[in-house]
Design a protein around this ligand. Structure first.
Ligand code: GLU
Length: 504
């Protein structure tokens, strides 16, 4: 009897922002592949970047995957035999493994300062050379290195990389891939703060969690040689690699929030059905053997064949998704549609929030709905003049809106107070009276000059829909001729970074 290895796949998002639609796409294909082969699907949180990871973002990832209906067999929330499933709880494991590499001379301590590395990078760029570490510390003797460590010098651990030859590995969809070792940097594995980098933690975890197939986005192909080398250094079998094509905007560029909403929570708030979103994602780079376009998750799994994935960049088209969603809605019975509306937003929880805000402004009961409709809409209709209200010119409005978008996006704890603080800070930095700024925001967010209290409204709408409303306001201005072109946007971003501190 052959002892066939259990199929185990994983999705490994980093909790550093809104849950990305690409995460749901990767999760879906991993899930389908595992389930098709009676295997297990794991959700691992890769939070080794301590400066950018937040628990709010992690919770949003859990919520978003739950919303689309993908449930992991093992995860930080569900637990499991190979846990913990959150990398920040596994630092000892990485340290132990990193030490093993150093002991076997597969990795070495590097003491180079960030100033030296910046200088090196500059020189390499000027000489049009490959940018990367030059190996200065790789020749230090073990004794010298130990002395410097004992003296308290700060250091990182880097991996040794062959100086010549090619790294050859197989990708299930692409066949053999060959990348010259000279293109592979002597990657930092352990940072000076004792936290591992993505590469080390990812490989150690995939091995210890017995991941059989690494199914991830194609942006990781160039990192794969580092992973292949780590498997080799550790003496481990490597998993099978499957790199999925990246989702693209309709203009073929990489899916980006500048052109498409990328947060899963936006789709939830904007009234999409999770099964329609998941179904649409199932068509990204994939077609059902029988050509059907509408299918359930079970049907998808049933006929799933990973080798049918095509590599041409799949286009994530919002219009198509909306049409799809419409088809789903039309299939529902009125009763189940009502159920969906309630699950969405039309429920007592929402009204309990809205009514106290509306009450002081009501003359009749009939005044409520017009006041509240903006909370149940995606795009609002208003004239650009209303946005500007003879108070701000279009150029300035564009700048203010773009900066607000960046600033609001940074808020970790989305709450009335934090929103108010952020907008107050913008009005100060931009030297504009808060009243004027708020007048513009009222129109952008609620579609009206007067409405329910702004900060509460923004809180109720949620970050993703607020950011989208600002996007629509910018689109409005662009249609009227005030376009934030690539060049202008770059300039603004630079100014913004120096005035507001770098965006994380
Ligand atoms: N943490 C990586 C990400 O955020 C995971 C990449 C991988 O699947 O190896 O996409």
């Amino acid at each position: 009897m052959t002892n066939k290895k259990t199929v185990r796949t994983r999705v490994a998002p980093s909790p550093t922002g809104a849950p990305h639609i690409g995460t749901a796409y990767i999760a879906l294909f991993n899930y389908a592949f595992a389930k098709k082969h009676d295997g297990e699907f794991i959700l691992r949180i890769e939070d080794t970047d301590q400066t950018r990871s937040t628990s709010e973002s992690e919770t949003e990832i859990f919520d978003a995957l739950k919303w689309v209906g993908i449930n992991a067999d093992e995860s930080p929330a569900a637990g499991g035999p190979k846990g913990p499933y959150r990398q920040s709880e596994r630092t000892d494991i990485y340290r132990k493994h990193c030490n093993m590499l150093v002991e076997n001379d597969k990795a070495y301590p590097c003491f180079c300062s960030s100033e030296r590395l910046t200088e090196l990078r500059k020189e390499q760029l000027a000489a049009k050379e490959m940018v990367g570490y030059d190996g200065l510390c790789s020749t230090l003797s073990k004794e010298d290195a130990q002395k410097r460590i004992d003296n308290g010098e700060s250091y990182v651990i880097r991996m040794r990389v062959p100086e010549s030859g090619d790294c050859v590995f197989n990708d299930r969809l692409r066949g053999e891939i060959s990348i010259p070792w000279t293109q592979v940097d002597q990657q930092v594995l352990m940072k000076s703060d004792g936290f591992p980098t993505y590469h080390l933690a990812n490989v150690v975890d995939d091995h210890l969690m017995e991941i059989s197939h690494v199914i991830r986005g194609e942006e990781w192909i160039n990192s794969t040689p580092k992973h292949v080398l780590l498997y080799q250094h550790f003496g481990w079998d490597r998993p099978e690699f499957v790199h999925l094509p990246l989702l693209r905007n309709p203009d073929q560029s990489k899916l980006s929030k500048r052109k498409n909403p990328t947060s899963i929570l936006y789709y939830q708030r904007a009234g999409y059905l999770p099964q329609a979103v998941l179904n649409y994602l199932g068509l990204m780079g994939y077609s059902m053997p029988d050509g059907s376009e509408i299918f359930s998750l079970d049907q998808f799994i049933e006929s799933f064949d990973i080798d049918r994935i095509s590599l041409g960049g799949p286009i994530f088209d919002l219009q198509k998704l909306a049409n799809f969603n419409g088809q789903y809605l039309r299939e529902l019975t009125p009763d189940s549609l009502l159920g969906e509306l309630k699950t969405w937003n039309l429920n007592d929880d929402m009204w309990k929030e809205v009514i106290p805000l509306a009450q002081p402004r009501l003359k009749t009961l009939a005044d409520l709905m017009p006041m509240a409709t903006f909370l149940f809409t995606d795009k609002l209709e208003y004239a650009t003049e209303e946005l500007l209200n003879n108070q701000i010119d279009a150029e300035r409005a564009t700048r203010l809106l773009k900066i607000s978008q960046w600033e609001l996006e940074k808020i970790v704890n989305w709450h009335g107070d934090t929103i108010q603080e952020t907008i107050g800070n913008i009005s100060e930095k931009e030297d504009i009276k808060t009243k004027k700024l708020l007048a513009m925001f009222f129109v952008a967010i609620t579609g009206k000059k007067v409405s329910l209290p702004l900060f509460n409204s923004m809180m109720l709408l949620g970050r993703d829909l607020v950011l989208r409303r600002i996007h629509y306001a910018l689109e409005n201005l662009a249609t009227d001729g005030t376009v934030l072109s690539g060049k202008k946007l770059k300039k603004l971003q630079k100014e913004y970074n120096s005035l507001y501190g770098n965006r994380s």
